[in-house]
Design a protein around this ligand. Structure first.
Ligand code: SAH
Length: 248
């Protein structure tokens, strides 16, 4: 997959893109990351990328031409989605990350200042994506969030079997069970006995029950869509679930 990030702060995104799963995916050759700076395509001698808004309001707006120019120079495969990061976009979720991971290329446009000339959304972007209901001062951190969530879905990136991915929070439709590593005791806090028992069946059962319990406690809304077995439903009822919102 090719991920292009269109940003006036390429150095900021590059440092985040060169660590963790993003670095690994690039080393494995399953991902190529490129940055493209609209400032290199500014139409004036001051390299401006922003101007004051028509109609008069405080602040500046990113101009359309440098962004169109920057994107037009990218050699895009046919299977590409050009995404404008925006608090007005569709909310980014694990399902959206899975959808985006099927493209050969993503082109992520980062706004700054008070936003981006609307013609970018209307005539250049295929879609607008928001990473949540809050306003950032730039799209760079949002682009890194999207790139990272998508990159860990690319084959080989995580380096372990699909099973491990399946019980990740949100991938399974539930929150993940608690996890522990050595030491088995720290400050008198002990790792649950069952996890040290070597009894795989009991461990799987404990994990599923913990996963259900914490989803019920923290994110009961997720239970409405989750795939639940009869045993799961019984476990939830034991923990005080009313079954509200779920077709049982
Ligand atoms: N005035 C705009 C917000 C501009 S914030 C409005 O009210 O809609 C500046 C830039 O930060 C945006 O162009 C966008 O690229 C980015 N940004 C801010 N919040 C974001 C969010 N929740 N998700 C994705 N991008 C965001």
């Amino acid at each position: 997959m090719l991920i292009n990030i269109v940003t006036i702060f390429p150095d900021a995104v590059k440092s985040m893109l060169s660590i963790g799963v993003l670095a690994k995916a690039q080393n494995l050759g399953v991902l190529t990351l490129e940055t493209h700076n609209p400032r290199d395509f500014s139409l004036d001698t001051h390299n401006s990328v922003d101007d004051s808004p028509y109609g008069g309001e405080p602040g500046m707006v990113m101009m359309a031409p440098p962004i169109f120019e920057a994107v037009s120079r990218i050699n895009l495969p046919e299977s590409n989605s050009t995404v404008l990061l925006s608090p007005q976009g569709k909310k980014f979720t694990q399902i959206e990350a899975e959808r985006l991971s099927a493209f050969d290329s993503l082109t992520l446009i980062c706004g700054r200042y008070e936003g981006v000339d609307e013609r970018v959304a209307d005539y250049l972007a295929d879609e607008e994506i928001s990473i949540g209901d809050y306003v950032l001062s730039g799209g760079e951190s949002a682009a890194v969030v999207v790139a990272e969530a998508v990159a860990r879905l690319l084959p080989g990136t995580l380096g372990h079997g699909a099973q491990a991915i399946q019980d990740d929070s949100h991938t399974s439709g539930l929150l993940q069970h608690p996890q522990y590593t050595r030491p088995s005791e720290y400050n008198g806090w002990v790792v649950p006995e069952v996890l040290r028992s070597g009894n795989h069946e009991a461990i799987a059962k404990w994990r599923r029950a913990e996963s259900l319990k914490r989803t019920l406690k923290r994110r009961p809304d997720l239970l409405e869509e989750a795939e639940l077995s009869e045993a799961d439903i019984a476990e939830l009822f034991r923990n005080g679930w009313s079954g509200k919102g779920k077709k049982i």
